[in-house]
Write a protein that binds this ligand. Sequence first.
Ligand code: COA
Length: 328
Amino acid sequence: MPSTVILGTGSYAPERILSNAELSKMVDTSDEWIRTRSGIRERRIAAPGEATSDMAVQAAKRALLDAGLKADEIDLVVVATVTPDMLMPSCACLVQHKLGVPTSAACFDLNAACSGFVYALDTVCAMVASGRYKKALLIGVEKLSAVVDWQDRTTCVLFGDGAGAAVVGLSSEEGKGLIGTRLGSFGEGAELLHIPRGGTSAPSTPESIAARDHCIRMKGKEVFKLAVRAMDEAARDILEQYHFRADQISLVIPHQANLRIIEALSEYLELPMERFFVNVERYGNTSAASIPLALDEARRTGRIKSGDLTMLVAFGAGLTYGSALVRW
Ligand code: COA
């Protein structure tokens, strides 16, 4: 039976670097606090006028080049994001137009916050495996700088902008590609990490905008504990389900939210940190973009070789979580 494989990857990060030193001039914080609590040294910020779809297109072009494909060969575009250019239409439709993907392609967005890429990988692989789609473009992208409260030191130091993309298709090579996924969600924890206003339950008012309630609000400590628990469970469950041991994983590509969360996962799974790909120090938490950005960097720096077994593992607002096993 043919398997669904990642044919190419690409990523994009805006040029503008916002360092911890600069942030400490904006809010009451310090480079030392941010580094020791999160591992983050700097993050990227989109240029004025640079939209989510613009970043997505840059990453997508690189993924297409890597896969040796042209935009007109794509028949499915899925964009995982919580920061689309606008609520309607989807970012995927804007990307389709900017890239020149044919009008016969299916295009839609998917919102699973920081777990978005893993959710979208599962969705896209199932659609391609059905035989109804041949070549899919899957993008995780965020412009979180647009929804961060730049006066809230407990959140603004953590997030950044960026994009990562993958092209998915079928392969007849035995044993390669997506082995399986494990997805889940704790909806009861929705308010631990959310954007309280601006949706249909509580539309923005001049007062709510003045209070910046259209920005990210997070209970950091609770989210931290749940993130470690959920990522550990998602990793263990998928290993058990597909009969692998943790030490058979050559590289884990975790969601890059906080170095301490990744270190805790390394300890719980009894897998050394050398088996985890980490770039959170350069980008901060880029939500749905974090795993594809890390995956692309891991591939480009030779951290993933043919035959390797990798695990993607994520956690995010929802509260969603997910893991995926991929053989290269
Ligand atoms: N600079 C300086 N001090 C800060 C600060 C900042 N940027 N942000 C918070 N503080 C202060 C707090 O006000 C608190 O002060 P107090 O003790 O006087 O009340 C103190 O630092 C400790 O805050 P606390 O929230 O207990 O810190 P922490 O060790 O839990 O680390 C996070 C905070 C946000 C880094 C951590 O909880 C975290 O990473 N949570 C998960 C976030 C995440 O990954 N979210 C996305 C999931 S997809």
